[in-house]
Design a protein around this ligand. Structure first.
Ligand SMILES: [Zn+2]
Length: 145
């Protein structure tokens, strides 16, 4: 992959513009574009430097955009649930929260391990129920200490 790096500076030595037939004169604004390629196991890396008049840099950029017309970026809706599904999801989220609370209260209980295992089974059942109504929330999948 080639990564371009664009800088603008005063031209120190006159250079040939990549875009138009003119040279960029010393003391004029100069756009320098470095393309660098890190290379890989099958090819050597390389660096390319190209010079542009600032207007030419803009011109070639706009030309590129003209060839690649604007496409609006559509954000994917997070959840698309019917009101019934949304209600069910809400109920399941609340059940999970109350199970988490019960788990936290187990500290010091001599039957902690057994009771905790039971509650984990309940959570697994809730996961099966919530999966079709918006998916399993990510934080459910994180084991809490
Ligand atoms: Zn130019």
């Amino acid at each position: 992959m080639t990564i371009p790096n664009v800088t603008m500076a005063w031209c120190q030595h006159h250079a040939k513009c990549e875009w138009c037939p003119d040279h960029i004169e010393t003391g004029m604004p100069l756009v320098t574009v470095f393309f660098w390629n890190k290379g890989g196991p099958d090819h050597k890396g390389f660096n390319i430097k190209k010079y542009y008049h600032p207007d030419c840099w803009t011109g070639q950029g706009l030309d590129y955009l003209k060839m690649n017309p604007y496409v609006p970026y559509i954000r994917k809706k997070k959840l698309e649930l019917t009101p019934e599904q949304a209600k069910l999801r809400y109920v399941l989220l609340n059940r999970k929260a109350s199970i988490d609370q019960r788990k936290r209260r187990l500290n010091g209980n001599p039957n902690k391990a057994m009771l905790e295992a039971e509650l984990n089974v309940r959570i697994a059942e809730l996961m099966v129920e919530i999966a079709p109504v918006g998916g399993i929330p990510k934080k459910w999948l994180v084991t809490q200490p």
